[in-house]
Write a protein that binds this ligand. Structure first.
Ligand code: SF4
Ligand code: SF4
Length: 365
C-alpha cells in the first residue's frame, strides 16, 4: 500500500480508503460478522482510512465499524467520524459526536467530518444558530484533532467553505464524468487542506466495462474501473480516494491498482477525450444512497437514475433501454407527489427526471 500525508494534518493515510456506505447486510440489518471480516481484510491490506457515516447501513454503520475495530491497536487505522446533525436539524452537535465516540469505544477522533456540508447549511445552521460554538468547544476538549467536511456543493461555495479557515480536510466527488471540482481540489491543496475523493466510479456507472468497451480495447486495458481509479489518483492534488468495496476480491483488486498504476499524460488525455463532455452534462450526480426511498408508487428511483446515467454516457441506447424495460415499475408511474425530493441530499429534481426518463425510454426522445 502507498501512503501519503493528508494535507497539513500530519496524518499518514493510505492512498486507497474505504467507504463504508455499503457494508454487507443480512435482510434489513447489517451483517456484522461479514462486515467485520471485510473491514479487517482491508486493514490487513494496509488500508487505514475509513469513511464512516452515522446514516449509512440503516443507521448501523458506526456500530458495525466499532465492532470490527474495537480491539485493534490505534496505530492500525485513523479514527474518523462524521456529523450530520445539520441534516436532521438537531441542535445537539456535540451529543452526536459523543455518541459516535461511544460506538467506536474511543475518547477522541483523529479527524472528524461534517457530512454533506453546503454553504447554506454553514451559514444558517453553524453560524446563525451558533452551532459553531459546539464545534470549537469539542476541539478545545480534545474530542477531535482535525476537522473536515464532505460536500457536493458548487465549486464557488466550496471555495468559500475552504476559506473559512476552519477545515483541515475536504471530501469531494471527482471522477471521469464529474470533473467540476478539479480546480477546487488544487485550491484546497495550495491551502494545505487534505483532499479525499469520493464517488470515483460515478456511482458504479464506470464499473460497467461494456459501456466503454471501445475505449478499453483501443487502449489495451482490462477494464475501465481500474483506469477510472487511476485517473482520480493521477490528479496531483488528491491525497486518497474512497472506494465503497463490498468484497475481499474487490479490495485486493483496488489495492493492486493503486499500488501499480499511475496514468501517463497521454493516457489521461485519451481517457478524457473518450468521454464526451457534452454527454456527461446529462449525468445525474446520484450516489445511490437510497435516502429518497421508498417511493409511494414503488419506483426504484436510484435504479432508474443508474439506467439514465448509463444512457448518458453510452454510444448505443440498446443496453439502457433493455435495463429500463426489465423494471417492474417504470418512471411513468410517478405521480409527482414530491415526497422524495426533500430527502435527496444531492438536490436531484426526481419528479422532473422521472418525466424525462419516461419520455426518453418510451419514445427515444
Ligand atoms: S415524486 Fe414520483 S418518484 Fe418521488 S416519491 Fe412521488 S411518485 Fe415516487
Ligand atoms: S436520488 Fe438522491 S437520495 Fe436518491 S439515491 Fe440518488 S442521491 Fe440518493
Amino acid at each position: 500500500m502507498r501512503y501519503t500525508i493528508l494535507g497539513n494534518t500530519g496524518l499518514r493515510v493510505s492512498v486507497l480508503s474505504f467507504g463504508t456506505m455499503r457494508l454487507p447486510i443480512s435482510g434489513a440489518n447489517p451483517d456484522f460478522s461479514r462486515s467485520t471480516a471485510l473491514i479487517r481484510h482491508a486493514v490487513n491490506q494496509g488500508i487505514n482510512f475509513f469513511d464512516v457515516g452515522t446514516f449509512y447501513c440503516h443507521d448501523h454503520c458506526e456500530e458495525a465499524f466499532g465492532l470490527a475495530t474495537r480491539d485493534l491497536p490505534h496505530d492500525r487505522f485513523i479514527i474518523s467520524g462524521k456529523n450530520s446533525s445539520h441534516q436532521t436539524g438537531s441542535p445537539d452537535w456535540l451529543g452526536q459526536l459523543r455518541n459516535s465516540l461511544s460506538q467506536f469505544g474511543r475518547d477522541s477522533f483523529d479527524i472528524y467530518f461534517i457530512h454533506y456540508l453546503t454553504l447554506q447549511h454553514w451559514e444558517s445552521h453553524f453560524l446563525q444558530k451558533g452551532i459553531i460554538d459546539q464545534v470549537l468547544r469539542a476541539k478545545a476538549q480534545g474530542l477531535y484533532r482535525h476537522l473536515g467536511f464532505s460536500s457536493h456543493d458548487t465549486p464557488e461555495n466550496v471555495y468559500r467553505l475552504l476559506d473559512t479557515g476552519m477545515f483541515d480536510a475536504v471530501i469531494l466527488p471527482f471522477n471521469l464524468l464529474q470533473r467540476e471540482h478539479s480546480l477546487t481540489m488544487s485550491y484546497a491543496r495550495q491551502k494545505g487542506i487534505g483532499v479525499i475523493v469520493m464517488n470515483p466510479l460515478a456511482g458504479g456507472v464506470l464499473v460497467d466495462a461494456a459501456i466503454y468497451e471501445e475505449v478499453c480495447q483501443t487502449a489495451g486495458w482490462r477494464n475501465l474501473a481500474e483506469n477510472a481509479l487511476s485517473f482520480v489518483l493521477s490528479h496531483p492534488s488528491v491525497d486518497t480516494v474512497l472506494s465503497g468495496m463490498t468484497s475481499e476480491s474487490m479490495i485486493d483488486e483496488n489495492v493492486r491498482t493503486v499500488h501499480n498504476r499511475r496514468l501517463t499524460a497521454p493516457q489521461m488525455a485519451q481517457l478524457e477525450s473518450s468521454l464526451s463532455l457534452e454527454k456527461s452534462k446529462l449525468f445525474i450526480p446520484c450516489t445511490s444512497c437510497n435516502y429518497c426511498m421508498p417511493c409511494v408508487q414503488g419506483i426504484d428511483i436510484p435504479e432508474i437514475i443508474r439506467i439514465w446515467n448509463k444512457d448518458a454516457v453510452l454510444t448505443s441506447r440498446k443496453i439502457s433501454s433493455r435495463d429500463y424495460a426489465d423494471l417492474p415499475v417504470t418512471a411513468d408511474c410517478c405521480i409527482e407527489c414530491n415526497d422524495c425530493v426533500s430527502r435527496c441530499p444531492r438536490g436531484v429534481n426526481i419528479p422532473a427526471l422521472m418525466n424525462d426518463a419516461s419520455r426518453l425510454f418510451m419514445t427515444g426522445l
